[in-house]
Design a protein around this ligand. Structure first.
Ligand SMILES: Cc1ncc(COP(=O)(O)O)c(C=O)c1O
Length: 442
């Protein structure tokens, strides 16, 4: 049995100074389950009790090469020697921008920020400034950061098919009702729903903001045809297509999710994997739109394009662009899926994978959902019961099944065989503990 005694003791101290004892609500897993990390290296982390985990959360996606990657950290140290921030530009900005534009065809011009949230905020502002319209549409189940205009969500958990449309509710307290007027949402893979909305409201809507692979909703995927339709519908109604690649960018392909779908956004956002964990984000897009930045549209920030983050990004992107790192991660993901699948098939457990092998959703049903509404009706009880057993055995996945598994270049054959052995044990323990014996094939 894993001991969390030091983490539990630390939680008591930490919660006297930090709400929930942590720096982000999502890191609180319960008074006796919250983990405090000692360090990470490669694809593994160690907590302050000395427990070792193979990590498939990877900080929710930034760690694409591995924790403490020596190549990137050496570059970051050189970035430190530059001096940080100056309220002036450095040459490195152009080098990183050039690399991004070469990797992502939709990126004709680039601006940097620090977090995914900031990049998406900038993208929406730019879309509004360019179109002269104020509202936005998002995909149900999408997540784009914690900022007020986007802190509305479709309440699928309390909704049943056949009932009127699910309610749109705020993410919590502190969200002004006035911002609800700006917000619309549509289900994934329903082009008619988007077309109907834009037909009625296109004169108010600046942007359709989407993650074609929902990085915060089990990796549920848009169909190829849906993405083609979305591109055409946005063009037809003069609504900008903003693709949020904060999770998919520099992870699912060199050119991100846009390369997988062969679709070009008007604006796109990147963060997470761009600098292997150092804080840097990007809003990029069509020249005609991006030239409005500085010509009417405000953008900037004290810490923007910090020399450490830029140096880390330059090296991370060089590795991702010029080596087989992303292909290697993908092939690890395929092997992992094959191994997990064979364990589950051996126990007659219905399952499916979605997303991308580098950012994968695991479902305990024959087919993966194709929208957030369908997710509501998938069986996630087994996942919820399995996750803590995996933690006990040193495999770190998110307790909430809506967060996909993330893979990195440092996940190697040892990680694979250890993961599969421990997954098999965890499945058997979960089956024993579940009264109905788990999800079987119908
Ligand atoms: C798709 C997407 N957009 C935006 C964000 C916000 O990024 P950050 O947490 O860096 O502010 C996230 C975070 O998970 C995300 O997944």
């Amino acid at each position: 049995m894993r001991s969390l005694s030091r983490s539990n003791a630390h939680f008591k101290n930490a919660s006297s100074r930090l709400p929930l004892g942590v720096a982000s609500n999502f890191r609180y897993w319960g008074d006796d389950k919250t983990i405090y990390v000692d360090r990470g290296k490669g694809g593994r982390v160690w907590d302050i009790d000395g427990n070792e985990y193979i990590d498939y959360r990877l900080g929710y996606g930034p760690v694409i090469l591995g924790y403490g990657d020596d190549r990137v950290d050496a570059a970051a140290r050189e970035g430190m020697n530059v001096g940080g921030v100056f309220a002036l530009a450095t040459e490195k900005e152009y080098e990183v921008a050039e690399r991004i534009c070469n990797m992502v065809p939709a990126a004709e011009l680039v601006r940097f920020s620090n977090s995914g949230t900031e990049a998406v905020m900038a993208a929406l502002r730019i879309a509004r400034g360019f179109t002269g319209k104020d509202c936005h549409v998002v995909m149900e189940g999408g997540y784009h950061g914690l900022f007020t205009e986007l802190m509305w969500e479709t309440d699928v958990e309390d909704w049943r098919p056949g009932e009127p449309e699910p309610a749109i509710v705020p993410f919590g307290d502190g969200i002004p009702a006035a911002t609800r007027q700006l917000f619309h949402s549509v289900p994934m893979n329903d082009a008619n729903a988007l077309e109907d909305l834009l037909r009625q409201k296109h004169d108010q809507i600046a942007a359709f903001l989407i993650e074609p692979i929902m990085g915060n909703c089990c990796g549920i995927r848009a169909d190829d045809q849906y993405m083609k339709d979305v591109r055409q519908i946005c063009d037809r109604y003069d609504v900008l297509l903003v693709i949020d690649e904060v999770k998919t960018g520099f992870r699912v392909a060199k050119g991100g999710v846009q390369e997988l779908y062969n679709v070009k956004a008007d604006l796109c956002t990147f963060a997470k994997a761009i600098a292997n964990g150092y804080p840097l984000s990007v809003v990029a897009g069509r020249e005609e739109i991006m030239r409005k930045v500085g010509d009417g549209i405000a953008h900037g920030g004290t810490f923007t394009a910090h020399s450490v983050s830029l140096a880390a990004a330059a090296r991370t992107l060089e590795i991702l662009d010029e080596t087989s790192a992303l292909a290697d991660i993908e092939s690890y993901g395929r092997e992992l899926q094959a191994g997990l699948g064979s364990i589950l098939r051996g126990r007659d457990i219905a399952h499916s994978f979605t997303g991308h092998p580098a950012l994968m959703g695991l479902f305990f049903s024959e087919t993966a959902p194709s929208s957030y509404r369908e997710w509501r009706h998938s069986n996630y009880d087994f996942y919820d019961a399995l996750a803590p057993e995996l933690h006990e055995l040193g495999i770190l996945i998110e307790p909430d099944s809506r967060e996909p598994w993330f893979l990195c270049e440092s996940h190697n054959v040892e990680c694979l065989s250890e993961t599969l052995d421990n997954f098999e044990q965890a499945v058997d323990i979960t089956l024993q503990k579940m009264p109905a014996g788990g999800p079987k094939h119908p």
